[in-house]
Design a binder for this molecule. Structure first.
Ligand SMILES: Cc1ncc(COP(=O)(O)O)c(C=O)c1O
Length: 405
């Protein structure tokens, strides 16, 4: 639906949102009516260069032709059946994902937070049933972000963040250790610990990649203690970081991994993958989802995943991410640090430059970005980007920062 189909103005649409929606988002001042590849178009057809991709979602480009066709095809056949019958898209996607990332089993969910709920539930059930009723504690990282449902929210190590404040007690069974500090995790382990849960790059925490010795060390620590390594690849997964899964950059494998965002090419789908040994803890009726494994979302994901792999968009993410960081360091003023992994990029500014202001200035100059707090600008573009897109984004960000100095 576009404005012109309704006869309404942009201001009238904004007023309806104001009146009827519970607003928890700071909006861009645009009506997004269309998107293709690297661009989002507003109500007047003005293109915006997309360096946020629906927050790390549209990795093979917005409205990728193959994904769109897969959706249309599937919508015409069958949209929803619950999980009683078998469906072709579920089966093909399951095989593709498990064989690509070297995991045994998959369970479908609808969103990142739900995938993390499933990951936490599976780990806890495995712990309790294998070792006894108290073995369900999970250690996650300070400054992590795992989602907004109670389990995932409780795993999130940000007690002062708006996503946790004012909701009463968190779910018991979580402890927090310092990210990139192996000893801190080691010291937090008790006889009740069943697993360690981390993002390979902390996204919402400010785009901080795990150091190799940290993630590899966690794998070894988990093996030594006989506990599980749970990796949240909701934001990092599916080629964003220069590997299919970010954990592959470290040469390790988790016991359970969660994924969402990019896997559906714009459709809402998520999943966990687990080893056979751990996956067995989910028995008939112990977990489920009405929409999880939705045929249309699975068909979209199958097309998206194939696009990402066939076009080596992980390779492109690695190349373009490195080029972006090099150009940023050279051309963007007031930069404290430019960091990231693949095309999961963060620019941290010096005191006095507010990243939210930079984001607004970039928007005015037709570049879409997101800010994390007031210090970091996050760039998570579609992975089809080319040098010319990087050059344009760098030019706009540099100009925006200069205007704020
Ligand atoms: C690492 C990580 N985990 C979980 C989530 C939650 O995903 P969703 O918003 O799909 O529930 C996010 C969202 O930003 C995330 O970055």
């Amino acid at each position: 639906m576009r404005l012109q189909d309704t006869g309404l103005t942009k201001e009238e649409i904004k007023a309806k949102v104001d009146t009827y929606m519970i607003e928890t988002y700071e909006r861009f001042d645009m009506v997004a009516e269309r998107a293709r590849g690297m661009y989002v178009y507003d109500e007047q057809g003005t293109p915006y260069l997309d360096f946020y991709a629906g927050i790390a979602v549209n990795s093979a480009g917005s409205c990728n032709d193959k994904v769109v066709l897969a959706v249309i095809d599937q919508v015409m056949d069958i949209m929803q059946t619950f999980n009683y019958p078998y469906t072709v898209p579920q089966a093909l996607l399951a095989e593709k994902i498990c064989t690509t990332i070297g995991m045994d089993k998959i369970f479908y969910q609808n969103s990142g937070t739900e995938a993390n709920e499933a990951m936490i539930k599976l780990a806890r059930k495995y712990g309790v049933e294998t070792y006894g009723p108290h073995k369900f504690e999970i250690i996650s990282a300070k400054m992590s972000f795992h989602g907004r449902t109670f389990g995932a929210m409780s795993a999130t190590g940000q007690p002062d963040n708006a996503c946790q404040v004012g909701f009463g007690d968190m779910t018991p069974g979580f402890k927090y250790a310092t990210y990139n500090d192996l000893r801190s995790f080691e010291e937090a382990i008790t006889e009740n610990t069943i697993g360690i849960m981390v993002e390979p790059v902390q996204g919402e925490g400010g785009v901080h990649p795990a150091k190799p010795e940290f993630l590899k060390g966690l794998r070894k620590l988990c093996d030594d203690k006989g506990i599980l390594l749970l990796i949240d690849e909701v934001q990092t997964g599916w080629c964003r970081t220069g590997a299919v899964m970010s954990y592959m950059n470290y040469g390790i494998k988790p016991d359970i991994v969660s994924m969402a965002k990019a896997m559906g090419g714009g459709m809402p789908i998520a999943a966990i993958c687990a080893t056979k040994k751990v996956a067995k803890a989910f028995t008939m009726g112990s977990h489920g989802s009405t929409f999880g494994g939705h045929p249309v979302c699975c068909a979209a994901a199958f097309a998206e995943v194939n696009e990402l792999l066939d076009r080596d968009l992980a390779g492109n993410a690695k190349k373009m991410g490195a080029y972006f960081l090099e150009q940023a360091r050279e051309k963007i003023p007031a930069l404290k640090e430019a960091r990231g992994q693949g095309c999961m990029l963060g620019l941290e500014f010096e005191e006095g430059i507010n990243s939210v202001d930079v984001k607004h200035k970039c928007f005015d100059k037709k570049l879409l970005t997101t800010a994390i707090g007031t210090q970091v600008l996050r760039l998570v573009p579609p992975l089809i980007l080319q040098k010319e897109h990087v050059d344009e984004a760098i030019r706009i960000i540099a100009e925006a920062v200069k205007e704020l100095m």
